[in-house]
Design a protein around this ligand. Structure first.
Ligand SMILES: NC(=O)c1ccc[n+]([C@@H]2O[C@H](COP(=O)([O-])OP(=O)(O)OC[C@H]3O[C@@H](n4cnc5c(N)ncnc54)[C@H](O)[C@@H]3O)[C@@H](O)[C@H]2O)c1
Ligand SMILES: [Zn+2]
Length: 378
């Protein structure tokens, strides 16, 4: 991974580049550009690095927020606008509509798909790019706190089935990623705050400095101050990129990114997806913090600091009323990391360090203890 800061500090006038090396892909590496006010120049940059016919995938909220106009300027390019926006459209039906629209626009293998939006647009756009004419490059322009911290990097694409989330998908690494923190300004506050939980997660597993920075600068983060957000986004990219470089196909190390997600996913599903992903992961982080305390892995104030941070983010730290603890426990057995229906957990031994006994990044925890903690949180 190579990090270049150009031309210099302070951040708002600087263009920051971070190259992610993924040797197994045709391009071998891709560049993440982070900055403020860069959206309007992105298509020129894309034309330089990928001189191909662009096709835009976005959604109605991005149109309404004026971000599509800012990206396009006076250009006209073929596009598909997802309607309704959000998770309910992240399915095979919309995928088919996108692919049909690309064919109708007469696109071939000489095209590039540009995905402007949150994680749902990025996931379905990346999936469409990976199967259109056996695969064309995708450029990701993430516009949510979650997508800039997490989903736009790493190459996981997908759609939901009627039964489960992200049931179908591919690994398709982007050809380039552009992150403009100004795009976050029009995002709904609930999504803005929930997406920041992924930054808290990254800090917990890999970067105590980022955790302290978030504690100090949370007001500036919540106000979407450009310098602060560029720093936060960049820290996230560095952490995620380092993990993805070492384990692009999630065979081992990449599991650490699921910190807080084991119970988080179960709570998210148990709420019938009324909780946002980040809200459910906030509860999952607290649960895993309690497990760490009981196992003697937290000798300090890690859990108190986490809870204080989540409360400032207005995230739930307990399982909301109406979600029975048995339902959470039942869903835990279906976790992807479960072995013989027994869930595995990523744990930290201290802030910024994942617990890894005998080379295992996800470990089994006594189900009785898990049950006790889920009950306490209800
Ligand atoms: N591929 C991965 O590695 C990965 C990782 C984590 C999550 N995900 C996926 O990401 C999705 C969630 O992503 P999300 O939280 O970004 O949600 P989202 O894409 O649904 O966006 C949230 C809402 O905000 C709107 N929106 C987005 N950007 C906006 C902006 N700048 N201004 C105004 N409105 C805006 C969207 O239209 C939507 O209504 C889930 O489907 C999840 O499975 C993927
Ligand atoms: Zn997550």
């Amino acid at each position: 991974m190579l990090l270049v800061i150009w031309p210099a500090f302070p951040y708002p006038d600087a263009m920051l580049y971070l190259d992610v090396n993924v040797p197994a892909t045709p391009a071998r590496s891709y560049r993440i550009t982070v900055g403020s006010g860069l959206l309007q120049g992105v298509l020129d940059q894309v034309a330089q690095i990928l001189p191909r016919r662009p096709f835009l995938v976005t959604d109605t909220n991005l149109m309404r927020a004026g971000l599509v106009d800012r990206l396009l300027g006076d250009r006209t390019i073929p596009m598909f606008v997802i309607d309704p926006p959000g998770e309910s459209s992240k399915n095979l039906h919309t995928l088919g509509q996108i692919l049909d629209a690309m064919e109708e626009a007469g696109l071939g293998r000489d095209s590039v798909l540009v995905a402007l939006g949150g994680g749902t647009v990025g996931d379905i756009g990346g999936f469409a790019a990976s199967v259109f004419k056996r695969g064309i490059p995708v450029v990701q322009i993430p516009t949510t706190t979650l997508a800039q911290a997490d989903s736009a990097i790493g190459g996981k694409t997908g759609v939901d089935s009627g039964i489960s989330k992200n049931a179908f998908g591919t690994f398709w690494h982007p050809a380039a990623v552009f992150m403009d923190v100004d795009c976050l300004r029009t995002l709904d506050q609930r999504y803005y705050r929930a997406g920041l939980v992924e930054s808290v997660k990254h800090a917990m597993i890999a970067d105590p400095g980022l955790f302290a920075y978030l504690e100090d600068q949370l007001d500036a983060v919540l106000a979407c101050d450009p310098t602060t957000m560029i720093h936060v986004v960049l820290c996230n990219c560095r952490i995620k990129a380092q993990v993805v470089e070492q384990d692009p196909d999630e065979r081992n190390l990449r599991r650490i990114l699921n910190y807080g997600h084991t119970i988080g996913h179960a709570v998210e599903a148990a709420s019938d997806y009324q909780l946002l992903h980040g809200e459910a992961v906030a509860i999952g982080l607290v649960a895993v913090g309690m497990i760490e305390q009981r196992l003697g892995l937290d000798h300090g104030d890690k859990l108190q600091r986490l809870i204080a941070m989540l409360q400032r983010l207005k995230m739930p730290t307990r399982i909301p009323e109406g979600i029975p603890h048995q339902k959470v426990m039942r869903l835990l057995a279906y976790d992807k990391k479960s072995v013989d229906s027994r869930p595995r957990f990523v744990l930290t031994s201290r802030l910024g360090q994942v617990y890894c006994p005998a080379g295992q990044w996800a470990v089994e925890v006594d189900l009785g203890l898990v049950d006790e903690i889920v009950k306490e949180l209800c």
